[in-house]
Design a binder for this molecule. Sequence first.
Ligand SMILES: Nc1nc2c(ncn2[C@@H]2O[C@H](COP(=O)(O)OP(=O)(O)OP(=O)(O)O)[C@@H](O)[C@H]2O)c(=O)[nH]1
Ligand SMILES: [Mg+2]
Length: 369
Amino acid sequence: MKSIGILGVGQAGGNIAEIASTMGFQTALINTNQRDGAVNTKVEKKYFVPGYNGAGQDRSVGLRAVHEHYRELIDFVKKSFKNVKLLLVAFSTDGGTGSGMSPLLIDILLDQLPGMNIGAIAVVPERNVLAGNRINAAECIEQISKIEGISSVFLVDNDQMRKVNPQSSKQQVYLQSNHQVMEAISHVLEVTQKSSFYGNFDETDLMNILNTRGVTLISSAPVTDAKTTAEVAESIQRSWASSIFCPVDTVGVIRAGLIYEGPETVTKLINVPSIFEGIGEPLELFEGTYITEGDPTITTILAGLSFPRRRLQSLEESLEKNKERLQYLVKKEHAERYESSVSWASNLKAKPPERKSSGVTSKLSKYQK
Ligand SMILES: Nc1nc2c(ncn2[C@@H]2O[C@H](COP(=O)(O)OP(=O)(O)OP(=O)(O)O)[C@@H](O)[C@H]2O)c(=O)[nH]1
Ligand SMILES: [Mg+2]
């Protein structure tokens, strides 16, 4: 059984858990909306917060669901995951359920399940989402970044997939993002099961890296065409920029993994100082070398990165730019009144003739000759 578990919260979280199930991870999901969670048929363990019918992109509803049901939520998580060394809570940052529930839920689980390390897979929305989603994402990411004792935070960037396929539908972008993040995690976990003459990357190494607090990124670089150490380093750095995760935009990696798979000849082109030139050498590096006949590939794991300021500012920028318009819209909801200029005309409306009952006797006498 795999030692990493995936707990999906909300729709995006449930979809990520669904793919994780097909790859053999232990999974479970939580939602405030039964109909959303029901579509993820590959996830067997489900908890629907009673008394809710979705959060309608309102984070405070998600937050309230945890306040009211945290005991059941803790029990559900305890029952759902057995012998898991790292639990990754997956959710989107810009909806209501996953975004509102997850930061508090993770914080409570860290307190109540001391034997389990807990990290996050947090989806950062595409650049073109509307103001309400941007506000949710900014609030959620800030809360996640402040959790003490949290392990790796994977920031899945929907924009990365959009850049590659500008014409894709939303659903295609979501599905591909979900696949890529789970493939990346699954791949590094599978490597720990292999053995090597030249240097093993084992599960303890992986957990050392993934239990680092901060942002984590996994990427794989094909180095088939690289002829020099500089070209190998460049390919790796390019893979950091084009992975499914928010691109690195600061210096400072705390722990890292470097896994080589391929023919032996290429190994001499791997030069650690040049690989980390731009972002600084990590405190600890865990390496694995696996000689195969396949195309040479270098997978790197960077942990303990800062939250990507530039990427997150691009989300917040349009809120700043539209501050006045957005404040106006909020005020308008309550101030809205329409004054008709023809209210005097209401009197013109046809009125039914007045009918006063004077009694049959009076009618009879009126017609008497
Ligand atoms: N990568 C990825 N992103 C998704 C997926 N589904 C939704 N999203 C993202 O999540 C946002 C919507 O959030 P949901 O996860 O549907 O929201 P929720 O947590 O269910 O909360 P409510 O629907 O408000 O109750 C979208 O704007 C996307 O950014 C998915 O399957 N994969
Ligand atoms: Mg939903």
